[in-house]
Design a protein around this ligand. Sequence first.
Ligand SMILES: Nc1nc2c(c(=O)[nH]1)N[C@H]1C(S)=C(S)[C@@H](COP(=O)(O)O)O[C@H]1N2
Ligand SMILES: [Mo]
Length: 539
Amino acid sequence: MQVSHPSSAGTANVSTGAGRDEKIHSGGRAGWVDVVAGACAGLVGALAMTCLLLALRATLGVATPSEMVGDRLTAFISIKQFFSLLDQFGGYSGLKQAGGGGVIAGQLVVGVLAGVLFAVLVELRRMRALLVAGAIVGVLWLLSVGLLWPNLATNYGGLPPNLARATTALGLLVCYAAYGVVLAGGFRLLRGRVVGTTSAGVASAGRRALLMGGAGAVLAVATGALLRQLVQRATFSYDGTEYRGADLQPVTPNDRFYTVTKNIVDPDPSTSVWRLEVGGLVDRPRTYDFEALAALPSTTQETTLMCISNYVGGGLMSNAQWKGLPLRDLLTAAGPQPAGTHVIFYGADGYTVSYPIEKAMEPTTFVAYEMNGEPLPPHHGYPVRVLSPGLFGLNSVKWVTRIERVDQHVKGFYEQQGWGPSFVIPNRSTFFVGDFQTPLMPDGSMPIRGNAFAGNRGVASVDVSPDGGQTWLPARIDYPGTDLTWAFWTFDWQPTRPGEYTLVARTTDRHGGVQTSDYRDTAPEGATGFPGLHVSVTT
Ligand SMILES: Nc1nc2c(c(=O)[nH]1)N[C@H]1C(S)=C(S)[C@@H](COP(=O)(O)O)O[C@H]1N2
Ligand SMILES: [Mo]
């Protein structure tokens, strides 16, 4: 596309070298040549801006419009619309790609249109080029900052929200200014006054157009290279990975732990800029760097996480041994103010969650920086994440940068979309194997394995019914876990006759609560119901 600019713009200059003067004498009309030149300069300016935005994103983690627009819109669409978009775009990854790519395309379109507007204002109204470019940049920047305000507090390098917001606003301004400079400079290059009808003038016009086209091509290549680099780091390959199969272990290896993220490219904080702020309605606000946090007395806590989107029988759940400290240690050190009835957690990616202070002060609400003896892996919240046992995974904020005590509940990222309001994990049970067919083995039993989970209430027992829920038999608990983890169980089934069987399972928690058979969809409060396993026993 860029290759065609020089020739079109060059031709334009050739034919209007003289005409332009006439036009000026006849009282200022922006001809189609100006419009084309404005569009071309706008496109090259938009490429320069996009290139710079991606470069700042790749190096310093500065949030781009492509990412913030998606996050901003998530708050406005209902879960139903969200699901239908997922359907339309082939899942979360497809939607992220379409959204991110769409905004970049949109940037180029806006750049072209603003270039045309620029050309018209400069040529028709005889306005000063730099003034017009500055005004366009200012308006676009104010619009961006205004519309994306909540999402500016994102910095993938790990800056806390206020610093992140300032950094994003400044980054946008710098990139938009680059657009303005290239637009004004490019337009001047294409439509400069020295063009005449002589062959020398024609040649120089052609050269200048070629220069513009060349700059555009270089920028397009650089933008493409940066995009490819970011796409390689993108979450497409791992977002939504489940931990399932017949070989599950009670403690999930880090590289198989299920992963869910809202991001296109996850944060990659550096501990030199990452900070954890504890502030808001507290007496002694504190900012911890990683060293200071890791120097505090620490403990370990085994905790299972499960995503609210985990359908009955699904693998969006995993268990790990975490090292860190109870959140209440930090809140107590900050000095509690009674007015602070809630806490808000902020992630480096602009993700937020809020819940009552009572939950935050529970001894098991945890600030973790190690997972199974290793630093938190990047996808799981490096360097520090929150664990909120008993509540669905979305309450366990990764890449946390600020914990703020506030006087009211503020809806979090997914809550704004309509998830919740309750995020309490109901009792669950899962079969490790899928439906199967088997010959009858009169003398042997058929071991059926699975897990059970009851949030922060612990698993007391698991029962399995071979007849769809009419009669129940106890399963053997192989791994009891703790109050905060799943349990693993085996049911030694002895079918006595060939036939079609539907096995179901149910979990009883340590408070006496029994898993409900009532079917409930994942939205808005997580799925319920019994998992089913169809076994066809042949002769
Ligand atoms: N900062 C941040 N925290 C986040 C998310 C996110 O996108 N950003 N996703 C949440 C969701 S929906 C889930 S299920 C868990 C997943 O944690 P995991 O990827 O470590 O399994 O993280 C939660 N915490
Ligand atoms: Mo989730």
